[in-house]
Design a protein around this ligand. Sequence first.
Ligand SMILES: [Zn+2]
Ligand SMILES: [Zn+2]
Length: 397
Amino acid sequence: MEKFLNEFKSIKDDLVHISEELYQHPELGNEEFKSKQLLVNYLKKNNFKIEEGLNNIPTSFRATYTSDLPGPTIAYLAEYDALPGIGHGCGHNLIAVTSMGAGIALSKIMEQTGGTVIVLGTPAEESDGAKVLMAEQGIFNNIDVAMMAHPGGVSEESGATLALDAIQFAFTGKTSHAAAAPEQGINALDGVIQLFNGINALREHVTPDVRMHGVISEGGTAANVVPDYAVAQFYFRAETRRTLNEVVQKVKHIADGAAAMTGTTVELSNYELSNDNLVTNQHLSKQFMKNLRTVTNEPIQTKDKPSGSSDIGNVSQVVPAIHPIIGMNDKSLVPHTKRFADKTVTEDGRAFIKKGVLSLAQTGYDILTDSKLLETIKQEFDNNKSAGARLATYGLD
Ligand SMILES: [Zn+2]
Ligand SMILES: [Zn+2]
């Protein structure tokens, strides 16, 4: 850890400054052009080779530093999208500079260790998570491990997230005067209502990890006009992709039933990209925790139940990955709030950067210098894969 301390000191002010710039000028997912530019410029200044807009994802980037000696490839994932109306209420400004700082710190000692370090710019985590496409497109193929650290109120070991499908149901009927000629109308809103009723009936027969929550985004315009078009948008989540696929299969039947009952037709589509569940690589996580404990005395919680979903799930299906939380010294802090955003530019926010950079860089160093460690990490990944913990197919077909 000592070896990274000096390097951290020399970049610390820049990292804090860039994090504050992102905080001052938050950009939404897939619009993070200025944020990306700030990060890319700094990485370029630190001798990283830059590629921008990978595979038609305009605000993505890959910054690579390759040493003269062969060795593993370590990736640090940067997020830099903000939330509408709240700004950096999820602290992605801190994630961005911490992953970048860890990459730069590691690059400085790589002429001794060998290997390659990549800082990967992954846009739009809060909406259409780019990591989903990046995982599909093979961007992680030549990467040995992928790491990032997310800010939170208190520190938490890398745990699990829920698999998620975002499905839209568009019902089409036939408009008519609701009082003068109701017998000629087909009410599309009724299709939506029967869909809700069916899904509510299904709740009794799913495992407790399943989450089904939706809204009616279009439901007609006037009470005296039979709505000929109505739309519901749902999120469906479960602890594993396998369970979720089974639930979604049943929901499809419910949608067909709702259409049959009401004489409407229904069209299903994925309105956001699907997330797979996060499978934390335990060997990688253990190594990271060991390093985190050397830079903080705070208690570190273990996560017993997954709650949200994230595109890091898809990454963990193709490469050993971790997504730990590092606390900002505030038990009552709730993500996706203005208070959380403000916290990122306090002393506790700055402490997050230091803890994150040092523990992520040290974990990268451990992998570069201990081939046995990487072997056990990969072995675990392969074991999970053959045990069927992963199931990569998803979507509506
Ligand atoms: Zn968030
Ligand atoms: Zn987040």
